[in-house]
Design a protein around this ligand. Structure first.
Ligand SMILES: Cc1cc2nc3c(=O)[nH]c(=O)nc-3n(C[C@H](O)[C@H](O)[C@H](O)COP(=O)(O)OP(=O)(O)OC[C@H]3O[C@@H](n4cnc5c(N)ncnc54)[C@H](O)[C@@H]3O)c2cc1C
Length: 392
């Protein structure tokens, strides 16, 4: 077991940190206020090869493992969680192609994402469902070798600016997960209607829209996964992207902690630095220990994916734990700042709003706990003898 980053990983972390400090941090509050999509920052990230981190070398990408992606996104998120979400969304949109695409699709789309500045989004959610993916209603009707899509997708990150969207739709809602197929949708296709940006509590720099699909014809070459297989591809995608949410949350919490340490050492009350009060020290100690644990769980989930292991459980643990850490740490950061923490002009106020999303998107904290409890109740192997008779 080795907890050290390699020299290459440290160099990548340094590059991402410099990008975060020089390119993201100075504009974070501007994009939060305006709710505009941070196009110049995302383009610069593409130029600096910090976009499309998981695209294999075979298709011209950097071929980083998920661990390297987590190292990068922790840095970007520490400067602005909303911009980090926008930046990583290409990984989310491309992952179904990496997992489930055929060779021609990989050559065509993945190489295009590397060679040109193109954005790709991901769409399972709909106005009427998010957690219950098998309950989706967006319809995919087979027409020869092609499909025709009809329905509405909702909450689609980067949807308003994307060139492509990997869309999941069902041939028959009654068939639940067995009916779900996946498609590569060119957003310029006839019948695709991208909605207006939906205003949000936090992560306002990330673009969030509805996507209407009205008789959108999908050519044979853009059918990504057949009915049934689409559900598997979506689940495998989440296992590969949930650790990154753990890394986002870790970066967000880390910055809230750093601002808190700084403030606690400057602010005085009752003639003393507030950082000299044990109750404030305890808050900061808890922040640090929880952030360390969040990062380790995140790295473990990413490492398992990179080893080709099934990381469904570890990615659920990492996402659930790190999301709660981000929410708790940002809440305590506001407390340490006192009244100033509640002001719109303070960065901890923004981080607190931004953190909430981690407990919601890519599977809510409740859904992660369902994944964990299913394992613990059904498959976990006890080390100690049972009390009395073993249950059947
Ligand atoms: C800013 C933002 C960006 C997003 N980006 C994308 C995107 O790019 N692509 C995409 O496809 N989706 C995206 N989403 C959608 C997101 O994944 C869903 O919002 C999320 O999965 C929850 O679904 P829902 O909102 O429909 O809540 P619901 O599923 O309706 O859940 C409501 C509440 O009930 C709980 N709940 C539901 N089922 C259970 C259960 N079985 N047991 C216990 N509790 C349960 C939930 O945890 C939650 O607390 C985004 C959402 C947001 C807010």
């Amino acid at each position: 077991m080795d907890f050290m980053l390699t020299e290459d990983q440290k160099a990548l972390q340094k590059k991402a940190r410099e990008f975060a400090i020089n390119e993201v941090l100075p504009v974070a509050s501007k994009y939060d206020e305006s709710e505009e999509f941070p196009l110049p920052v995302i383009r610069k990230a593409w130029e600096e090869k910090l976009l499309n981190l998981g695209i294999p070398k075979k298709y011209g990408g950097p071929g980083y493992g998920l661990l390297e992606s987590c190292i990068v996104v922790e840095e970007i998120s520490s400067a602005c969680p909303g911009i980090a979400t926008s930046l990583f969304d290409n990984n989310l949109g491309a992952e179904p192609i990496i997992i489930g695409g055929n060779e021609e699709q990989k050559q065509r789309i993945l190489s295009e994402l590397i060679n040109e500045f193109k954005l790709i989004a991901f769409a399972t959610s709909e106005p009427g469902m998010g957690s219950d993916i098998a309950g989706m209603q967006c319809k995919a009707e087979k027409d020869g070798d092609e499909y025709i899509l009809n329905g509405n997708k909702f909450w689609i990150t980067n949807g308003g600016v994307a060139d492509y969207i990997t869309v999941f739709a069902t041939i028959d809602p009654e068939q639940k997960h067995k009916g779900i197929a996946a498609f590569i949708v060119d957003t310029k296709s006839d019948g695709v209607k991208l909605g207006k940006h939906i205003p949000k509590l936090g992560q306002r720099a990330s673009n969030t829209v509805s996507v209407g699909l009205n008789n959108v014809r999908i050519p044979k070459e853009n059918v990504l996964a057949k009915p049934g297989r689409g559900f598997v591809v979506a689940m495998q995608t989440f296992s590969h992207t949930r650790p990154a949410i753990g890394a986002f949350a870790t970066g967000c919490a880390r910055s809230a902690m750093e601002y808190s340490i700084d403030y606690a050492q400057k602010r005085e009350a009752f003639g003393r630095q507030i950082g000299s009060f044990q109750v404030i020290q305890e808050k900061i100690a808890n922040m640090y220990k929880d952030i360390e644990a969040a990062r380790l769980l995140t790295y473990k989930a990413a490492w398992e994916a990179d080893q080709g292991m099934d990381n469904n459980l570890s990615s659920a643990i990492a996402k659930a734990f790190a999301s709660d850490v981000a929410m708790n740490v940002t809440t305590e950061a506001i407390q340490i700042f006192g009244g100033y923490g509640y002001l719109r002009t303070q960065p901890v106020e923004k981080l607190f709003r931004d953190a909430k999303l981690y407990q919601i998107y890519e599977g809510t904290s409740e859904i992660q706990r369902i994944v964990i409890s299913r394992f613990v109740m059904k498959r976990y192997e006890h080390a100690m003898p049972f009390l009395g008779k073993k249950r059947s």
